[in-house]
Design a protein around this ligand. Structure first.
Ligand SMILES: Nc1ncnc2c1ncn2[C@@H]1O[C@H](COP(=O)(O)OP(=O)(O)O)[C@@H](O)[C@H]1O
Ligand SMILES: Cc1cn([C@H]2C[C@H](O)[C@@H](COP(=O)(O)O)O2)c(=O)[nH]c1=O
Length: 202
């Protein structure tokens, strides 16, 4: 995260618009951080978009005639779209669209995220961007989650996540895992304490 993916996507689609091509932007409707009707970078640059639950609904929503006129489709937060591979293949191979995709290849545990890596073999080119480590300022390839939650999908910005280099990912994970374990045991302790109080009150 914070690597400039959305910035690069907006620059690419703006360049296409400057050439007179018809562009549509799509993002996942799960991402409500900076509003639902725009793709927005962390530093506030924005362009209007369709916020959708899946990509297959796009041509339906737009209508066949309007879809035919679209030259370029930009997709942000691609990790949240389960039908990414099928959509990109059809749009690029059969419908003649230029498809520009921005998304996370890995989650906070560095596991593959959604279908982003699946579309690499479909792509003409792939650019891997990096942020700056929030601890030391070196190139940051990874994202640490600072909170207790463990589900894969958790919408958030710098309140929940921080970009880090390898060294600070590894050391940070140790601290975070230890903190999660303490909080979990604390919760067990609190629960049994509450139960004890309840029993004592009966
Ligand atoms: N640690 C960081 N490293 C790099 N950029 C950061 C960092 N923290 C905040 N930013 C801001 O985030 C912007 C990139 O935002 P954005 O394009 O939305 O990234 P992404 O889509 O990859 O999360 C940068 O231009 C910078 O202003
Ligand atoms: C690492 C990670 C991220 N997410 C979420 C958090 C944000 O809502 C988006 C990433 O947005 P960005 O444009 O790249 O800043 O994905 C998640 O759900 N799970 C994760 O592990």
């Amino acid at each position: 995260m914070f690597a400039g993916k959305t910035t690069a996507l907006l620059q690419r689609v703006q360049a296409e618009m400057d050439l007179g091509r018809s562009v549509m932007l799509i993002k996942s409707n799960k991402d409500t951080r900076y509003g639902t009707d725009s793709v927005v970078t962390h530093d506030g640059t924005r362009l209007p978009c369709w916020a959708l639950p899946n990509l297959s609904s796009f041509s339906q929503k737009l209508g066949a005639v309007a879809y035919d006129k679209v030259d370029v489709i930009g997709i942000d937060e691609a990790q949240f779209f389960g039908d990414l591979y099928d959509f990109c293949r059809k749009a690029a191979d059969h419908d003649g669209k230029t498809v520009i995709v921005a998304g996370l290849d890995g989650d906070y545990l560095r596991r593959t995220f959604g279908s982003v890596l699946d579309i690499v073999p479909l792509a003409d080119s792939v650019t891997k961007l990096t942020a700056r480590c929030n601890v030391c300022g070196k190139r940051a390839h990874f994202t640490l989650r600072k909170t207790e939650e463990t589900q894969t999908e958790l919408i958030g910005g710098s309140d929940v996540y921080m970009p880090v280099c390898r060294q600070h990912y590894v050391s940070g994970q140790v601290v975070i895992e230890a903190t999660r374990a303490v909080l979990k045991s604390q919760k067990v302790f609190d629960d049994s304490y509450v139960e004890g109080v309840t029993i004592a009150n009966q």
